[in-house]
Design a protein around this ligand. Sequence first.
Ligand code: GLC
Length: 556
Amino acid sequence: MIKKWWKEAVIYEIYCKSFFDTDGDGLGDLKGVIEKIPYLNELGINCIWFTPIYCSPQFDNGYDVSDYYDIEKDYGGLEVFEELIEKAHAAGIKIVMDMVLNHSSNKCKWFIESRKSKDNPYRNYYYWRPAKPDGSEPNNWGNYFRTGNGSAWTLDEQTGEYYLGLYGEFMPDLNWECAELREEIYSMMRYWLDKGVDGFRLDVLTKIKKPAGLPDVLDREPRDDGYCVFACDCQEGIHDFFRELRSNTWAREEFDAFGLAEASGIRYDNALDFLLPEREELDLSYHFQIVNRAPNPPSVLYYKEVQQGWMENFAKGIWPTQHLANHDMPRQTSRFGNDKEYRERSAKMLATVTHLMPGTVFVYQGEEIGMVNCYFDSIEDYNDRYTIGNYWAGIRAGKTPKESLDAFKHVSRDNARRPIPWNDSKNGGFTTGTPWIKLDPNYTEINVEKDMANKNSVFNYYKKLIALRKQDETVVYGDFKMFYPDDEKLVSFARSLNDETLLVVANWSDNNVDFTLPDEFAGKELCVVLTNIEENIGKDVSRTLEPWEAIIYKIN
Ligand code: GLC
C-alpha cells in the first residue's frame, strides 16, 4: 500500500460561520480559526476542511459561490485566509477547500454574463433551454430545496429561456460540456493550489454530468408539487470528466494534494470504477451508504454490511473514508448513539469504531465534545434550506406548523450548524454580538472549556484516539477482519500489520451484550490500549459488555 499523508490524516471539518467569532458580528471568522489553532493542535488533528468560504450571497451558507477567486469579507477576506494557510502549515495542519463545481450562485460573474444574451461568451457555461412547445419547463426535474414552484428550471425574462438549477433558482448548474468552463475551473483550482491549499473536497461531484438530452424522469413518482427529484448521479461519461479534472489540478507533479468527492452516487459495489488508483480519477469519496439511509438510523447489521463491502475494496487497493456526520447531518451522538443517559459513553464508542476502521477519518466540529441535536419550536429559528423548503411543503399539504416542523427537525442540517460553545459564558463565548443562528441552550453543560478540563471527557478521549493513529501504523495501514457480522448489537473487528493486531470490541446498543474472544486469539495475551469504561480494565476479555462499552486491545 502506497503511503500518503492524506491516508494518515484526521480531517477536521470547520463550518466557519459557526466556529468562533472575533469581531462581534455574530458570524464565525477566519481570525477565529487562527486563534483556535492551538486548540486544534491540542486535539491532534492534522488537516482542516473548510466548507465554502468564498464570496457568496449565503443563500446556502457559501455553497452558492459568487466569486471563486476571493474569500468572503465577513470571514476576513483573502489576506486573512493566506495568513491562516501559513499559520496552519507552521502548526502542522493542512488545508482542504470545498470546491463547488456543480453550480454557482446566480450572483456569480459567469452567470450574470451568461444571462445577458444568447450569444454572450459565458452563455454556454450554464444550461439554457427553451420552453417545451406547450410552454412548460424543458423537463420534469424538481429542485432539492423546493424553491420557487419546485421546478429545477427558472425562466429568465431577459432572453426568454429557462436555466437549470438542481438546487433552485439561486444556484444555477454549471454546464460541464462546455470546454471553456472546464478550463476556467482547472485554472481557478490551480490558483488555490498555488496559494498552498493541500486538497479539495468536491461538492456533489457525481452530479456534474447530466444525461444527454436532459430527458424527463420517468421511473419516479412525482412529488406533491408535480416535479421529480432527479439524483443525476454518475451519469454515463462522468469518468472522462473526473480524469480530466484530476490531471489538470491536484494530481499535477508540483502539488502534493488530493481530491475527495462528495459522492452520493458512489457505493461499495461500484467504488472500484472510481477509486482504484490506476484509474486516475478520485483519491477519496465521501459516501452516503451509512449516513443517509432511511429508516433512520440504519441498523448495526446494515452498518457492518456496508463497512464489509468497503473493506473488500480496501483489500483491493482503494482508500475508504470514515465519518458518521457532517454539516448536512444530525449530530452523530443523537442519531447513532444515546444522547440522554449515555451521551458521553456512546459518543466515545462511536468514535472508537470510526477511528479504528480503515480509511481517512473525518471529525465534524463539536463532535469532539459530544454535541447533540437541538430543536426549536418555530421555523424562524431555522436557517437550513431543506428544513425551510420541506416545512412550507408540509404547510401547503395541510399540516400544522408543529406537525410540519416535527417531521423534519430530527434531520435538520441546523442540528450540526449551531455555534460551538467554547465556555459557559453568554452565547457560549462564541460571539460578543448576536449569533447568526441560536446556540443550543445546553451550552452551560456541554462546552469546550468544561470538556478539556475533565480528564474523562469526550474531548480527552478523542485526543487519545487521534494520538493512537499517529503512534501506531496498524491503525492506518493494517488489514481488516470483521467478527460476528450477524450480531445485531456488537461491532468487533481486528486490524493487523506485521506482528501486531489491534482488536476492537464495541457494544452499539443500550443493552448488555455478551462477547466471546474469537478462537484465533485464544491463549494470546491481550492488553487494553483504550476504553470508555476504565473501571472494567483487568476484567476478562470474554464477558458481558455494558451498554455502549468500547475497548481496543493490543495482541502481540
Ligand atoms: C452538498 C453540501 C450541502 C449543499 C449542497 C449544495 O451536499 O454538503 O451543504 O447544500 O451540496 O451545494
